[in-house]
Design a protein around this ligand. Structure first.
Ligand SMILES: NC(=O)c1ccc[n+]([C@@H]2O[C@H](COP(=O)([O-])OP(=O)(O)OC[C@H]3O[C@@H](n4cnc5c(N)ncnc54)[C@H](O)[C@@H]3O)[C@@H](O)[C@H]2O)c1
Length: 287
């Protein structure tokens, strides 16, 4: 079998109903994996699972759950196991944005706790729910979603940064712990990714495309498909010697030394069209 294939595997994607999670589920399905979409939005999860089954002809299922609640996660993982057989690949993608930008002195602790609960507690509980079965089969892939704020600081978003720094620590510790059971644990750390949610914020003038495009050496934002591509690569059986890494998918955002040094103009949002075409399916089939 091709080393690029996920055929015979079952992938569970939390937050898989939209955005980076959906793009990841699509890329894993394109490579032949069965897909379980777990999301707190049941209608969107059902729609996503249906769309993937139709587009890629793989087995899919969906479950509604809030990843911050243990009982909810356990029930959803049980339901997915019953429907698609097992979970070989877990992608912890459920996430939320900072609800209110605020300085620490004024940030409600509840907002910080909420960030921690969805991102860290969520990834922890979902991992707990699948590791014993992965270990018993001697194979597993866990991929967490970090962020450029997993290694950088930015004002007014300390709750998010706390959660993403914690994801990096969790990724490394768990990677060491389960390595000898055939399970790899990695994270991808996206930069600014043009999801539907962020597109809406750009449309309403709540975000500045040029500001973040210029900071990234690539001179643009990324697409959800580009993050999904990196995650699917980590999910491959052939990627078994990669563990405990935090892979930036950020157009060089976090490695840029001095953003003041001129390196030429960034591109406008229209440049993403050419990137999007790279991921377009040829008529009548998968790429
Ligand atoms: N978009 C970006 O630029 C960007 C950059 C860096 C990191 N990330 C991270 O990528 C991940 C996905 O982000 P996105 O931009 O695709 O978001 P999105 O808002 O487009 O999608 C998030 C999905 O997660 C689901 N979800 C939210 N809370 C949940 C919960 N408690 N339980 C179950 N499902 C829940 C939502 O219903 C939604 O379907 C997040 O962890 C986010 O922090 C995104």
């Amino acid at each position: 079998m091709s080393t690029d294939s996920l055929e015979g595997l079952c992938t569970l994607v939390t937050g898989g109903a939209q955005g980076i999670g959906f793009a990841t589920a699509a890329e894993c399905a394109r490579r032949g994996s069965a897909i379980a979409v777990l999301d707190m939005n049941p209608q969107a999860a059902e729609r996503a699972a249906g769309a993937l089954a139709e587009r890629f002809g793989v087995a899919t299922c969906w479950a509604a759950a809030d990843v911050a609640y243990a009982a909810s996660v356990q029930a959803a993982v049980r339901a997915c196991n019953e429907q698609i057989g097992r979970v070989d690949v877990l992608v912890n993608c459920a996430g939320i944005m900072t609800p209110r930008l605020a300085v620490v002195a004024e940030m409600p602790m509840d907002d910080v706790q909420k960030m921690f609960d969805v991102h860290v507690r969520g990834a922890f509980l979902c991992s707990q729910a699948v590791i014993p079965d992965m270990a018993s089969r001697g194979f597993g892939r866990i991929i967490n979603i970090s962020s450029v704020l997993g290694v950088l600081g930015l004002p007014f978003r300390s709750g998010y940064a706390i959660a993403k720094h914690a994801i990096n620590g969790f990724t490394k510790s768990l990677a060491v712990e389960v390595a000898r059971q055939g399970i790899t644990v990695n994270a991808v750390a996206p930069g600014y990714i043009l999801t539907e949610t962020l597109q809406q914020r750009l449309d309403h003038g709540m975000l500045d495309y040029a500001l973040y495009a210029d900071r990234a050496p690539a001179g643009r934002w990324g697409l959800p498909e580009e993050v999904g591509h990196a995650i699917a690569f980590l999910a491959l059986p052939a990627s078994g010697f990669i563990t405990g890494t935090i892979i930036p998918v950020d157009g060089g955002y976090t490695m840029r030394g001095d953003p003041g040094e001129a390196i030429g103009a960034a591109s406008g949002v229209e440049a993403l069209r050419a990137v999007r075409e790279r991921f377009a399916e040829p008529a009548g089939g998968t790429r």
